[in-house]
Structures are given as C-alpha cells and as structure tokens.
Design a protein around this ligand. Structure first.
Ligand code: SF4
Length: 287
C-alpha cells in the first residue's frame, strides 16, 4: 500500500515525531530518495519546519549524492561563502544522540555498497562531537577494520602527531572517513562506493558542525568538494563547505611514503590553525 494511510495511528505519530526530530537537528540527508512533501503532510510534518528548511540555509538544504556517477558535483558551491546561517546558531542539538541515530539506525549493518562484503567492522568515527576541527580520510585500513576506529595504525600515529603539533589532543577533534568499510587491499574506493557512503559523513558533519575540516588526501577532497582535481590544485587555500572552512592536505599514509612532503602538510595545517584562531607554536613540525 502506498502512502501512510495503511499505518496505525500510533505508527503515524511515531513516524511524524521521528521526522520532526531529524528536522530539528537540521539533518536533511536521511533520505536516499527525494522526500515527498505530500507524504510528510499526511504525517502532519508539513508546517514551518519544511518552510524553514527551504528558506534559511544553504547548509541545511541537502545536496543529494549521486550514487551512480563520479564524485557528485557541487560545482560552484565551494567558492561561495556559505557562512554559518544565523538561524542555526544556538539550535539545541543533542549531538551524541544524533550521531547514535546515524550510526545505529541509519547505517546499521549497512550493505548499501560492495565494501560490506569484506569488512570486519564498520568504522564510524572517533573524537569529540563538539570538535571545532574535523579530519576526513579515505577509508579504513587493516588496523582500523580490526579495531573499529579510524586512523589507529602507523598513519594514525602520524595524524596524532600532527594534531599534537597543532596544540590539540586527538580527543578534541573529530575523525572520520569517506567510506566506513575497508576497501579490499586498501584500494581506493570506487566512485559508486564513495558516493553511496559519503551521505553518512555529510550527516555527521551536519551534526558536529566543525569550523574547519581538513581533507586528508585526494579521495577525501574529491568526495567532499565534489570535484576531481590534482591535490596540488586544491591545497594552499581555504574552500567553503557546508558552513565550514575546508583545507586540503596530504594523507598521512602518503607522508609516511614520502616524508619530504611533511613540511608542505605542516603549512596546510597552519592554514587550519589560523582559521581556528590557534596560536602558531614558536617551532613545530609533524615529525
Ligand atoms: S562503505 Fe558505507 S555504504 Fe558501503 S557498506 Fe560500508 S557503511 Fe555501507
């Protein structure tokens, strides 16, 4: 039966409450398909929440990810200053609960892309839901797949050092990946895999609302910015992404292979520090 007419009153109210809760959180990407406003109207969710979402915020109006194509194009948006909508500031959000919903109810035991077949654990994220700084990598490796946490292997140790060099602790930042399941042999995620999974990362970003996002490597930059470009063309400047400043740098795994680039990565991190208002240490490096 189509629509919600066949649902019990209790179920209709539960669904309406759930949708209102998501709307209040500002989460707009929970639907793989376009939301049919008439169905929401049947649930009694129409009202100001929908009007508000259409009116106030480029950040809250969702960018539907294209699961079939190469990186979903947000072309044009990354150069606009989306800012942080005043209407969103101070909005009460239970971030821990919102992240739990994304992890347990949205992702669950996800089988939406082929990567689920080889994974041991879904690697959701690590760090503080209140973080001002978020790091986004490509996907879990063997250590991460085994432990269920991002960046816990050798590359993770280097990332920890980079964070400390910035004057922060790992627990103060938020760390996640473009895909949450380990690609076989640590290969680069296929476009269909990345475009399918990045919706969850975008939901996490909507909840955490970091001031600055550091994209670690070309895959993270590609699927956040929605454009495929050599890293050199994206580094060294501040991009705008969903109300956050986005800075692109090398993936720590690459820096382990080519330590000469650590100096360049440190220069990128100093851009992030400037945007965060962090004091530059007298001397520092990511060694
Ligand atoms: S990588 Fe993401 S979309 Fe694919 S199965 Fe894992 S959680 Fe689901």
């Amino acid at each position: 039966m189509s629509g919600v007419a066949g649902l019990s009153a209790e179920m209709r109210e539960a669904l309406a409450a759930r949708v209102r809760f998501y709307r209040e959180l500002g989460i707009g990407e929970l639907y793989r398909r376009a939301v049919d406003d008439s169905r929401l109207a049947e649930l009694g969710v129409v009202s100001s929440t929908l009007v508000e979402e259409k009116d106030i915020s480029p950040r809250r109006s969702s960018v539907t990810q294209n699961v079939d194509a190469e990186p979903a194009s947000h072309a044009g948006s990354q150069h606009r200053d989306l800012g942080r909508p005043a209407a969103d500031v101070g909005q009460p959000v239970d971030k821990v609960e919102a992240l739990r919903i994304i992890r347990e109810e949205e992702i669950g035991e996800c089988t939406r892309c082929a990567l689920h077949t080889g994974r041991h654990t879904i690697v959701f994220a690590d760090g503080s839901p209140d973080a001002h700084l978020m790091f986004v990598g490509e996907g879990p490796g063997a250590d991460e797949d085994a432990q269920g946490l991002p960046f816990v292997g050798r590359a993770g140790q280097l990332l920890n050092n980079m964070i400390v060099a910035m004057g922060l602790k790992r627990e103060e930042v938020y760390i996640a990946n473009i895909v949450k399941c380990r690609p076989p042999g640590n290969r680069t995620p296929e476009p269909e895999e990345a475009n399918t999974c990045v919706q969850f990362l975008n939901q996490q970003i909507e909840v955490v609302r970091p001031e600055v996002i550091v994209a670690l490597g070309a895959t993270a930059a590609t699927y956040l910015l929605g454009q495929r470009q050599p890293l050199a063309g994206l580094r060294g400047r501040v991009h705008q992404f969903r109300g956050a400043k986005l800075i692109v740098t090398y993936h720590p795994a690459f820096l382990l292979r080519d330590p000469r680039q650590k100096k360049e990565a440190w220069a990128d991190l100093q851009i992030a520090m400037k945007e965060l208002g962090l004091k530059r240490p007298e001397s520092g490096s990511s060694e």
